[in-house]
Ligand binder design. Structure first.
Ligand code: APR
Length: 313
């Protein structure tokens, strides 16, 4: 029997995630949204591509969580996206309510699923989903690091004129202005970029990667990125559904790793059938550790703002 994957939110990110997963053919996909007709229409359109693509997987759209029952993997993309001039943090309270409501339904209908959160601000929304579902941390993961790393790798590959596949890099930390590209361990086919690029050039690339989401928002004007984000989600789902045990940067709930306790933050994790199977602790330079702590402090501020709002203060 094929696996069952639910994607909540049939907007730009959700529909593109659903398409990428449906086309892989290894799972049946359920697409959920509050807008009537939207998930049904998009899912039917994708289903009708099956004969052309040669996939027998099923995809259905729905407004009811009953259709999601027993999903192996659930992906939450519901929420509002940024408009020009907005930071991810500006979405906090609106998306907190949306993600909280969705997470409640996920816990009710798919209590054993691996849950991937995509809605922004990412690290705070993962925390909100954890608060509501009470899932073990192994089964609740945020998508951000793969995307931030992909942006960094794209710009580096362009600069040095190499294949993106040969640019090895990790971007850790929160999914925001404080993200932490590990420049010292970044390499192109084994040669450190500190040897290939002048510092001012790599600094410029780091900044462009940090602002990568805002650059797209500025161009699109009516929404935020979805092609690269959906590709990042699909890579996580591949590793889980196919039990590949890839080591990928994802937002994980830390319990003392990297000296951080009780917060979601982007770190390398091993993803397999059980979800997060290991949190990998890479050696950080003192500067990188300081930057990671600063990033964690920024995430903590958002989490505290959510807690204060929930407490009614
Ligand atoms: N339940 C299900 N779907 C919902 C709910 C809800 N409670 N609230 C909103 N939605 C749906 C909307 O109807 C819309 O179809 O979420 C979808 C969001 O789609 P877009 O507006 O196109 O936003 P998108 O670009 O997909 O981004 C979604 O992902 O990357 C993040 O920052 C981004 O938080 C944003 C989220």
């Amino acid at each position: 029997m094929r696996k069952k994957i639910t994607v909540v939110g049939a907007g730009n990110v959700g529909a593109t995630v659903a398409q990428r997963l449906f086309e892989r053919g290894y799972a049946d996909v359920v697409l959920v949204d509050i807008v009537e007709g939207l998930p049904q229409g998009k899912a039917l359109d994708m289903l009708e591509s099956g004969p052309i693509l040669g996939t027998d997987a099923q995809i259905t759209g729905t407004n009811s969580y009953e259709d999601t029952v027993g999903s192996d993997v659930v992906i939450i993309t519901a929420g509002i996206a940024r408009k020009p001039g907005m930071s991810r943090d500006d979405l906090l309270f609106t998306n907190m309510d949306i993600v909280g409501g969705v997470a409640e339904q996920v816990a009710k209908y798919s209590p054993q699923c691996v849950l991937i959160v995509v809605s922004n601000p990412l690290d705070a929304m993962a925390q909100q989903a954890l608060n509501v579902t009470k899932f073990p941390r192994e089964r609740l993961i945020g998508m951000a690091g793969i995307l931030d790393t992909a942006r960094f790798r794209t710009f580096l590959a362009q600069e040095v004129g190499a294949s993106v596949e040969d640019v090895q890099a990790y971007v850790l930390g929160g999914h925001g202005d404080t993200m932490v590209p590990l420049v010292e361990s970044t390499n192109v086919g084994g040669t450190p970029i500190t040897k290939l690029l002048k510092k001012e050039v790599s600094d410029r690339i780091v900044q462009r990667a940090r602002d990568g989401g805002a650059e797209i928002v500025g161009l699109l004007k009516t929404g935020s990125a979805f092609y690269a984000p959906s590709a990042a989600v699909a890579q996580m789902v591949d590793s889980i559904v196919l039990d590949k045990k890839r080591i990928l940067p994802c937002a994980a709930y830390l319990k003392g790793e990297y000296g951080i306790d009780g917060l979601f933050i982007g770190v390398p994790v091993k993803l397999g059938a059980a979800g997060i199977e290991e949190i990998i602790q890479v050696q950080l330079s003192p500067e990188e550790k300081t930057a990671l702590d600063k990033s964690a402090a920024a995430v903590k501020e958002l989490v505290e703002a959510m807690a204060n709002r929930s407490a009614g203060s």
